[in-house]
Write a protein that binds this ligand. Structure first.
Ligand code: ARG
Ligand code: MN
Ligand code: MN
Length: 311
């Protein structure tokens, strides 16, 4: 198949340096050559990491409580165009982050392209410890990596192009087509948003109760079998035992096998149109080994989503 790659070295959605080096670490460990040589994809697009330095404005004061709002908006507007371009050509789009704010752009780009090309709404499987659906007003931190789904679904909006006003209706996704797996650190304001909008979520409690096999089955049943899927995987969904090198680790997470299983199952649907792998921050682990483990885990998830099989 054809794969469009977008490597986004971006950290402006949260305060910790180093997550901008995530894509380079994944690529340096051989991920792209495995994808082309072992999994047989034709890779399209710039295999260099985009840092988008030229898009960073001279001043970027807080707006509606958001930190770095103009920077995050401008980078995501560009990213949306890149993802749109790949997806319009029928390529499976792989975005390597970067913090999770980059999903504002990836979701906008794939929603619009899939709507135009297939006349379908995308479904989103969001695998994360966090629900990342704060509005600027509900957020305690002001970090935009905790808000991507609010902008993607239209729960948060702004008229000004410099503050995500470029996200138009044809770039949005439905809250009905969103499903979470792995949640265990959801803010009080987010719990209300999930409840009020009837959003489907499988927390770690559900994974423990039903097992990952049944949870994935129920998640896929919720979005429907014949629906294009955008998989957005935050590496912090995994337990810090497998992915310690990330900005907001939360104990009690998925095992690496459970994460891989989600990716393998989503691949098997044959409906995958885009994958984000985000929040790998090689500079945060207590040990060098911890950083390497996190990168290895990220590569494993991506390979599984692209159809690498055990047998
Ligand atoms: N809910 C918290 C916030 O809004 C944490 C978000 C963490 N998000 C992430 N993509 N790691 O700031
Ligand atoms: Mn997270
Ligand atoms: Mn996230």
């Amino acid at each position: 198949g054809d794969l469009g790659i977008v490597a986004v070295g971006f950290s402006g959605g949260q305060p910790k340096a180093g997550v901008d080096a995530g894509p380079a670490a994944l690529i340096d460990s051989g991920l792209l050559s495995e994808i082309s040589n072992e999994l047989g994809y034709r890779i399209h697009g710039d295999q260099q990491v985009n840092l988008y330095k030229e898009l960073v404005p001279e001043s970027d004061p807080d707006y509606r409580g958001m930190k770095n709002p103009r920077t995050v908006s401008a980078v995501n507007k560009r990213l949306a165009a890149q993802v749109y371009e790949h997806a319009s050509q029928g390529r499976l789009v792989l975005t390597l982050g970067g913090d999770h704010s980059v999903a504002i752009g990836t979701l906008a780009g794939s929603a619009k392209a899939i709507r135009e090309r297939l006349n379908r709404d995308i479904a989103v499987i969001w695998v994360d410890a966090h629900s990342d659906i704060n509005t600027p007003e509900s957020s305690d931190s002001g970090n935009i990596h905790g808000m991507p789904l609010a902008f993607a679904t239209g729960l948060a909006r702004d008229d000004n192009d410099e503050y995500f006003g470029w996200i138009k209706e044809d770039m949005r996704m439905s809250v009905k087509k969103l499903v979470y797996i792995g949640l265990r650190d959801v803010d009080a304001g987010e719990k209300k948003i999930l409840r009020d909008n009837g959003i489907k979520a499988f927390s770690m409690f559900d994974v423990d109760r039903h097992g990952i096999g049944r949870v994935v089955e129920m998640a896929l049943a919720h979005i429907g079998t014949d629906t294009p899927i955008h998989l957005s995987f935050d590496v912090d969904a995994l337990d810090p035992m497998w992915a310690p090198s990330t900005g907001t680790p939360v104990r009690g997470g998925l095992t690496l096998r459970e994460g891989d299983y989600i990716c393998e199952s989503v691949h098997q649907t044959g409906q995958l149109v885009a994958i984000d792998l985000v929040e790998v921050n090689p500079s945060l682990a207590a040990t060098e080994a911890g950083a390497l483990e996190t990168v290895r885990a990220g590569c494993s998830l991506v390979r599984c989503a692209l159809g690498d099989t055990l047998l």
